[in-house]
Design a protein around this ligand. Structure first.
Ligand code: PGA
Length: 249
């Protein structure tokens, strides 16, 4: 069975004490019988502390990094520093990084390769903006994102990655994709993986949904055959809501 995953993307939120409290609350109340693999992507300043806290089942990842080992890149955090911090996963291709920080297909491909070199698990985000959905070109748009930055990997390597489909028009808007829209895109992504690799590889890769996923709609979304969990923004900042989402399979 594919891994079921609930990942919290805290974005640029929370002060240190708040982050600790949220993390400790989630860790201590996590249902030991839940089938979800739970991940958290805190702001980088908190990563080391959270990744090294004891007695936590939660996987810690970073929201961003620079795909070089070291050097004169003022303000950036290197892929090797991410590895050294104890984080084990990285988000790559989030729409906010693409839109506000001009991360291109080529740059995202470099990030993918550098994360793989450091044996960090890649959560690769894709998803179309509203105007693309409105002119019915979301399929080719998302396929291009995958082909340009992820599908150069060989089969054994892509198997270790996770894909997150996050329609941009659903992120932080309270407007969730319908289950039909989510399942249609997730099934298409799995089909493209089958086409490019093979069905065994396609069937083994977890594909998460993101975009206003919350405690009320997670159950319905996660019941779609090709939705293997969620990448959660706003609702991940609320311990009770997030815990409920982890029990929504
Ligand atoms: P949201 O964000 O749940 O607040 O819509 C999801 C994301 O950006 O990963």
């Amino acid at each position: 069975m594919r891994k079921k995953i609930v990942a919290g993307n805290w974005k640029m939120n929370l002060m240190n004490q708040e982050a600790l409290l949220l993390f400790n609350t989630i860790s201590s109340k996590l249902d030991k019988d839940s089938i979800a693999n739970v991940m958290v992507f805190p702001p980088s300043l908190f990563v080391h502390q959270l990744a090294n806290s004891e007695n936590s089942e939660i996987t810690i990842g970073v929201q961003n990094f620079y795909p070089k080992d070291k050097g004169a890149f003022t303000g950036e955090i290197s892929v090797s520093q991410v590895k050294d911090s104890g984080a084990t996963s990285v988000l790559i291709g989030h729409s906010e990084r693409r839109a506000y920080f001009n991360e291109t297909h080529q740059f995202l491909k470099e990030k993918v390769d550098s994360a793989i070199d450091y044996e960090l698990e890649v959560i690769f985000c894709c998803g179309e903006p509203l105007e693309i959905r409105e002119n019915n070109s979301e399929m080719s748009y998302v396929k291009k994102q995958l082909e340009a930055s992820l599908f150069h990997l060989d089969g054994d390597t892509i198997k270790k990655c996770v894909i997150a489909y996050e329609p941009v028009w659903a992120i932080g808007t309270g407007k969730t994709a319908t289950i039909a829209q989510a399942e249609e895109m997730h099934a298409a992504i799995r089909f493209w993986l089958t086409e490019k690799y093979n069905s065994e590889i396609a069937e083994s890769i977890s594909i998460l949904y993101g975009g206003s996923c919350n405690a009320s709609n997670a159950n319905e979304l996660f019941s779609c055959p090709n939705v293997d969990g969620g990448l959660i923004g706003g609702a991940a900042l609320d311990a009770e809501a997030f815990l409920q989402i982890t029990n929504s399979f």
